[in-house]
Design a protein around this ligand. Structure first.
Ligand code: NAD
Length: 360
């Protein structure tokens, strides 16, 4: 498999390096081979090429089977022109690759239960939710949008618009993902108020006819956000539009308490998908070998699952991460003053995951 690496800025290169080691160890174990190439994005690309997403980076991604990204941005580029900010590179590559579906699992490793922000009686019921968010439509992109003066006062507006084809393709992603999990989809909308949500619900219901083995339910977004903290164990896959998913995926993520643990996948109609940790470039610890590489390592597991349909290899990585935590190894972000834990560097964490893969 040909994988294009976009290490990016800050801790990006450090965490990507460990994820590549883990992929190579998994390849050796599961008899496949990995060939990597590297391309520039974000601040690193601005420094080298004067723009955050050079055309050769887009070409390299499109020529690969899958893409693994670290993170972009940092104070060094805070004052560059808005049109070439590092984040423009990130939005640009998602657009260029046609990535319309964002998958963000939020789950709790039992070893990290103390980090979870929920009460013990709630978290003990389990927390393993996958948010499937539509990424290229809805109110963030709808037209008309703008700002003007009406009757002597400032007015601004955006449009929330979805076509049935956009809804159908993201609903399919959610149903397919549920088949590989616990077989339940909850579609989130505001169909009691918004016309666009009424269409959303209609098309999700129609699409469900091809997925009768998957259980479908619906929630209004305000209720969904409450239920997510009241009892997240009721959810398997949450299917949402762009705006609602932006908010709910952060909510689902933060209740696990560990930003250094959260992977994500952005998928289009076929390969390549783009896999990246949820966290940013962490400039405060960059270059110090202190970053937690597990979110990126778990993103590599998502890559094997979604781009290559290698369930066993993906599970092997996830199990190796769990074992590493069970061995008491923690990077600084996961240290909360508990006893019996060993402070590990980014590379030591990678060493441990690699060793656990080899012995599994
Ligand atoms: P951040 O996620 O980079 O950092 C927030 C805090 O979490 C920091 O204290 C950091 O040290 C810690 N942290 C994050 N990831 C960690 C890891 N793997 N291991 C240990 N600690 C970790 O968010 P921020 O500080 O708001 O943003 C910093 C830069 O990253 C900004 O330039 C921002 O624009 C960019 N950013 C990029 C992405 C992306 O590339 N997808 C996402 C968010 C922020």
């Amino acid at each position: 498999m040909k994988i294009c690496l976009l290490p990016g800025d800050g801790i990006g290169p450090e965490v990507v390096r460990q994820a590549v080691r883990v992929l190579e160890a998994t390849a050796a174990k599961h008899a496949f081979s990995v060939e990597t190439s590297e391309a520039l994005i974000g601040g690193a690309a601005i420094d080298a090429k004067g723009e955050p997403l050079p055309q050769e980076t887009i070409d390299a991604c499109q020529a690969s089977d899958s893409v693994l990204l670290g993170a972009v941005g940092g104070p060094k580029w805070d004052n560059v022109d808005r049109s070439i900010r590092p984040e423009v590179g990130l939005l640009g590559i998602r657009k260029a690759m046609g990535l319309f579906a964002n998958l963000r699992p939020a789950s709790l490793f039992p070893e990290l239960a103390a980090d979870c922000l929920l009460r013990e009686d709630i978290r003990s019921k389990g927390l393993d939710v996958l948010v499937v968010r539509e990424l290229t439509g809805g109110i963030y992109f709808g037209e008309p949008k703008g700002r003007e003066v009406r009757d002597g006062e400032r007015v601004a507006y955006n449009t929330m618009v979805y076509s049935e084809s956009e809804i159908r393709r993201i609903a399919k992603v959610a149903f397919e993902a549920a088949r590989k999990r616990r077989g339940r989809v909850c579609s989130v909308d505001k169909a009691n108020v918004l016309d666009v949500s009424m269409l959303w619900r209609e098309v999700v219901t129609e699409t469900h006819k091809d997925y009768a083995d998957v259980e479908l339910s619906y929630l209004y977004v305000d209720n969904a956000s409450m239920q997510l903290v009241r009892d997240p164990s009721q959810f398997d896959v949450l299917l949402t539009g762009n705006l609602f998913g932006d908010i709910l995926s952060d909510e689902a993520a933060v209740i696990t308490g560990s930003i250094g643990m959260l992977p994500s996948a952005s998928l289009g109609a076929g390969r390549p998908g783009l896999y990246e940790p949820v966290h940013g470039s962490a400039p405060d610890i960059a270059g110090q070998n202190k970053a937690n590489p597990l979110a990126t390592i778990l993103s590599a597991a998502m890559m094997l699952r979604h781009d290559f349909d290698m369930q066993d290899a993906a599970q092997n990585i996830e199990r190796a991460v769990g074992e590493t935590l069970a061995q008491g190894l923690r990077t600084g972000d996961l240290m909360r003053g508990q006893t019996g834990l060993k402070l590990a560097s980014c590379s030591e964490m990678g060493d441990a995951v690699v060793a656990n893969i080899a012995k599994n």
